[in-house]
Design a protein around this ligand. Sequence first.
Ligand SMILES: [Zn+2]
Ligand SMILES: [Zn+2]
Ligand SMILES: [Zn+2]
Length: 163
Amino acid sequence: MPQQTDWRFCGQCHELFFDGYPDKGRCPSGGGHAAAGYNFSLPHDQGATPTTQPDWRFCGKCQAMFFDGYPDKGSCPGGGGHAAAGFNFALPHDVPAGAFTQDAWRFCGKCQAMFFDGYPDKGSCPGGGGHAAAGYDFVLPRLPAPGEGVPIDDGTELNPVDG
Ligand SMILES: [Zn+2]
Ligand SMILES: [Zn+2]
Ligand SMILES: [Zn+2]
């Protein structure tokens, strides 16, 4: 399946944003987003299944991942609603977390961006205050962290990506 890497957690606003450009977008906490933690590799442009939700898009204004499936495009720190560009991501939800996935990623019902809900601090929402989780529990696939590959007996490493 086609995937795109360089999706990262922003340590300031707790949103999921695309870190593949020199421009880091617009963070609701001010300035650009600041990458921390894992490098997520996300599937796009494939059919929906009972445990994947399509219509997750890159916002060309703030560079966050947001849900484009509603007429209301949420609240963008770049002004107005988010503006979809690029791939149509179909993100896995409500499946068991594995070795190279992270759960507790949620849709914010205020700004409509994807954010990490695993901390008591809910980050900075362009809709005001912290993000507010709604809907599915997303389980995002990620690349192994440096040095994290798991050696097995024949000396090869486990491949974190199916296929
Ligand atoms: Zn941010
Ligand atoms: Zn936006
Ligand atoms: Zn929010």
